[in-house]
Ligand binder design. Sequence first.
Ligand code: IMP
Length: 428
Amino acid sequence: MVTAIIGGQWGDEGKGKIIDLLAEKADVVIRAQGGNNAGHTVVTEHGEFKFQLMPSGILYPHVTCVIGHGVVVDPRVLLKEIEQLHERGLEPASLVVSERAHMVMSYHPVLDRLEEDSRGDDRLGTTWRGIGPAYSDKIRRIGFRIGDLQKEAFMRKKLDFVVQQVKNPVMTDLYKQDRFDPDMMLEEYLGYASQLDPYIKDTYPIVQDALDRGARVLLEGAQATMLDLDFGTYPYVTSSNPTAGGACTGSGVPPTRLDAVLLVLKAYTTRVGYGPFPTEETGEVGDQIRERGREFGTVTGRARRVGYFDGAVARYAARVNGATSIALTKLDILEQLPEIKVCVGYDFRGEFHDHPMANISHLKHCEPRYVTLPGWEQPIGHCRAWEELPANCRSYVECLEDVCGTLVELIGVGPRRDQFVVRGRSFL
Ligand code: IMP
């Protein structure tokens, strides 16, 4: 069985916790895109772990954890995460990194920041991790794959070319900054090569073998549909495809082998960085949800923008990903609100739109159309069955299901691992 876990909003839907829950039953967990712009915290008997690149199943010794070729890997970050495990006496023996995965090179974060600064008011609000520049180089065919670390002569020649012909002219002429030294970079990267060598493999046979033997495979999405390079609010997006199609491309799992797409949606909406956000609440309600939901970024610490559930976004996400069911997270955060609004679409220039428009200036200036539901105003953290949820809370969930046209099978009612209401299990 193959299940993809996909974010349905602008990221931070709580995918990490869902994957952590499901990874226990998985044989293989594969990360397919993104890089260390993602982040999640896992709490176990060994303490708290903060991961940005490591697939979520890494703390289960029986799970093969694959960093797929669609991911961009900063070797410095990956080595720190391996070290974090070693410090607690854990060995990531089941970690495999695709030799086809591209690397975030040391110039990428530097250029990410310089590019953002030079955009001024039009900046995108990136995480400054070099993700966009690394993917751009992959597309320009001047990127370095992690397997290149095993080819010293090739690395030397290509680094000379890329650094001297492409990167340094931009650094010195455009940004008036110091140049990069290809010899120093080579030495640095060859150092990473020896440390990462045991993990670097061709993941094609590993993934195909898992499919052939009917293994339980989880595709771990990072970021989300509205940050997708094609489906999201371009240019305010990340530089990969966090949708189900991207999960297939970046992992090597053929689309016809996907059995389930579990769309993760937060019971309200958040967004980090700039770009349109039709249901954003900048007043008291927004502040209240942000505080209660602890909506501050795990990677950058930035306060997240907060708003009501955007049904137009969620329906669109359900459709473009072919969601088979929904995991609804953080429902407990809304338990103090006397009434809760749900956006069902947008009004713009006399027309109703039931999905986000491609033109982001229209999306920025549209008027969300809301239905207002009564809140339930009581704690739900103890609920484990659908019937135990207050009637108004069930009505809220049913309203979201109607808007998305998709069943909600998992409901998060608190931060702990066991705080879930499970209504169905069509996924792994
Ligand atoms: P980048 O991925 O660093 O290039 O950032 C591009 C946009 O995606 C920015 O608005 C980021 O805040 C956003 N972004 C990237 N990764 C995440 C994530 O894991 N959660 C939420 N937003 C993200």
